[in-house]
Design a protein. Structure first.
Length: 243
């Protein structure tokens, strides 16, 4: 789901006027959109959302992923590149973050979703900020809900609850130079030690590098395919979680 999709639905629902929506960056828009969906779910808004299922899938997945056998066959958007013998998700994530922090513009994000749990990166060129979010209980399956010991693990990583958000933990990775390998290790440690995702769970990285991608940006996203054996649409690169 794109930046423009979130903005369009909020404007159509009367939650924002078009001028306000144009001024918001992606994560600010996400926060407003989450509150809007919660209001709908609790009866605060009556207008049905055509994008509700998409939000649940990409921004706040609560349900378990279906097995691959139950899914419709994936559609290739173009002739596939030569595939690796084995997926390399750690290297793929490091590659995505390197591209995110060098050529991304506007509505960019890099979301990792494993077993219905998710973490998300967004790069803000102004200030050179790599912003990182970790979803709390409201947005993840019950089996992965966080106990105090898991919240303490996040604190030890420097990831704390956001005071102005709804059940989101966050930090910035702004060291110079950034230790991409260390950042990737943190992500995978969250899924293994904090979310405790079971082996064999469906996993994917969704990589959106800008709301109006250039040829350079499109090429950067295509480069992700070198690290994965499976792809869903233009921006999701899939593998099976093995811890």
């Amino acid at each position: 789901m794109s930046f423009d999709d979130f903005r369009k639905e909020l404007v159509e629902a009367g939650e924002l006027d078009s001028a306000e929506a144009e001024k918001l960056d992606f994560m600010e828009l996400i926060r407003i959109y989450q509150k809007f969906k919660i209001k709908q779910a609790t009866g605060g808004a009556s207008r049905p959302s055509s994008l509700k299922a998409e939000l649940m899938r990409t921004s706040s997945p609560k349900r378990s992923a279906r097995s691959r056998a139950d899914k419709a066959p994936r559609k290739e958007t173009e002739a596939p590149k030569k595939r690796s013998k084995l997926p390399r998700p750690r290297e793929g994530l490091a590659y995505a973050l390197e591209k995110l922090t060098t050529i991304a513009k506007g509505g960019n994000y890099c979301m990792t979703v494993i077993g219905g749990c998710w973490v998300n990166f967004r790069y803000k060129k102004k200030g050179n900020h790599l912003y990182f979010q970790v979803a709390g209980d409201k947005y993840i399956p019950k089996r992965s809900h966080l106990k105090m010991e898991h919240i303490e693990i996040l604190k030890e990583m420097g990831i704390v609850a956001e005071p102005m958000s709804d059940d989101i933990f966050s930090t910035h990775f702004d060291d110079k130079p950034r230790n991409m390998e260390g950042i990737v290790d943190t992500v995978f440690e969250i899924f293994s030690k904090v979310y405790r995702v079971s082996k064999g769970a469906d996993a994917y990285i969704e990589f959106i590098i800008g709301s109006k991608p250039s040829a350079e940006m499109t090429g950067a996203v295509e480069g992700m395919y070198d690290y994965f054996n499976d792809r869903d649409g233009k921006s999701k690169f899939c593998w099976e979680w093995n811890g």
